[in-house]
Design a protein around this ligand. Structure first.
Ligand code: CA
Length: 376
């Protein structure tokens, strides 16, 4: 009951000031002289770290999770480690966070690895790949299937240590003002769609446009773009796209389960006392699970709300359109993997794991979902 109350506070974003009072009354802080079982820990030493995100300040779920992460670290460390969270642009521009954590100007960052595609194309594989793995499979690959060591090795040259820091779950295909009945309907269509998906969309005859989150609504309203993808029903509802676009297409073929990242400056992380390193690792795992769970909860509620209250028309992309996207995905991925042996090695690991999952699925979730109509 107590946990539920705290959770309600936290999801409303008002508990950050209140929670320490509740917690301090519930458990005692370690005394300054207390020793751990391991090496001596100086409990008087305080760490004040900064976490800058690529998200707008207080962004629902994803940014909200970072504030909760800071609170968890504060609680677990008995106040020895305090992290101040900054939205994109508050401390450093959103897309300069990679460099700022890398050079140690700030200690932590939160974003998605596909934002660094220009610098490290292979980084995109640690976020999402069109027609690739879903959230559950991404977590399995990263945490147990060899993905995270490859990710950490990829970032080691930049003095960065990455962790899985959440997942949006499967995204939606996007908002369109005209129906997509054949591949010909894609021709010349201007869509805001970033990353590998954007390249695929362009190769399929469309025109991928980049625009910052804050500009998408106006661009769609004024016809500067014909379509846009964003995240899923919850975030898309908040953006109000249902006011300026008629059709909501699925599936999110381009982002089947986008993994987010928590970046730490590697040398600063390694210089921390081992108990604080363990606390940070544990907090990232909690952040990873909380973000995905919260996304699933909110997206399912808001999909219903969009359909029933806003009369949004949900439409599935025709099979031949999806097949065309898939064909071009293979070409775009091949451009990335052929650029270096390391890129090939990372994608081989990804692809091998995806096949392992897909070979296994007929015996469990695939048959379960299709037979009992759980998801379909
Ligand atoms: Ca997206």
């Amino acid at each position: 009951m107590k946990n539920m109350k705290r959770r309600e506070f936290m999801t409303k974003g008002t508990a950050l000031a209140v929670a320490p009072v509740l917690l301090n009354s519930a458990c005692s802080s370690p005394s300054p002289q207390q020793k751990s079982d391991g090496p001596y820990v100086n409990f008087n030493e305080k760490f004040r770290w900064k976490l800058a995100t690529t998200w707008p300040p207080n962004f629902p779920i994803i940014g909200e999770g970072c504030h909760m992460f800071a609170q968890w670290v504060h609680e677990m460390s008995g106040g020895r480690m305090d992290i101040t969270v900054y939205g994109g642009g508050e401390l450093v521009p959103a897309l300069e966070i990679f460099d700022a954590v890398s050079n140690g100007a700030i200690e932590l960052g939160h974003g998605a690895s596909y934002y660094w595609a220009g610098k490290i194309p292979v980084a995109q594989f640690f976020a999402t790949v069109p027609f690739g793995m879903n959230a559950q499979q991404m977590n399995a690959w990263l945490l147990g299937g060899g993905g995270l060591p490859l990710w950490q090795q990829t970032y080691a040259d930049f003095n960065l240590l990455p962790f899985p820091g959440g997942n949006t779950g499967m995204q939606m295909g996007g908002w369109f003002n005209k129906e997509i009945n054949t591949v010909a309907d894609i021709q010349g269509l201007k869509m805001r769609i970033p990353g590998i998906g954007g390249k695929v969309f362009t190769q399929a005859g469309g025109s991928a446009v980049l625009s910052a989150g804050g500009e998408i609504y106006t661009n769609l309203e004024r016809g500067v773009i014909d379509a846009t993808e964003w995240i899923g029903p919850y975030h898309d509802y908040i953006m109000g796209f249902y006011n300026v676009a008629q059709y909501y297409y699925y599936p999110g073929w381009h982002e089947p389960g986008t993994a987010l990242e928590l970046l730490a400056n590697k040398s600063k992380f390694e210089a921390l006392p081992t108990d604080l390193q363990a606390i940070l690792r544990t907090a990232t795992e909690r952040l990873n699970m909380w973000t995905l769970s919260e996304s699933e909860v909110k997206n399912s509620l808001y999909a219903k709300k969009l359909a029933e209250e806003e009369q949004v028309q949900f439409k599935k992309f025709p099979d031949d359109v999806l097949a065309t996207f898939r064909k071009h995905t293979d070409e775009v991925l091949s451009d990335i993997t052929q650029a270096s042996a390391w890129n090939q090695k990372v994608y081989d690991s990804y692809q091998k794991f995806q096949k392992q999952m897909s070979d296994y699925s007929p015996f469990n979730e695939k048959i379960y979902h299709s037979h009992f109509g759980i998801y379909v």
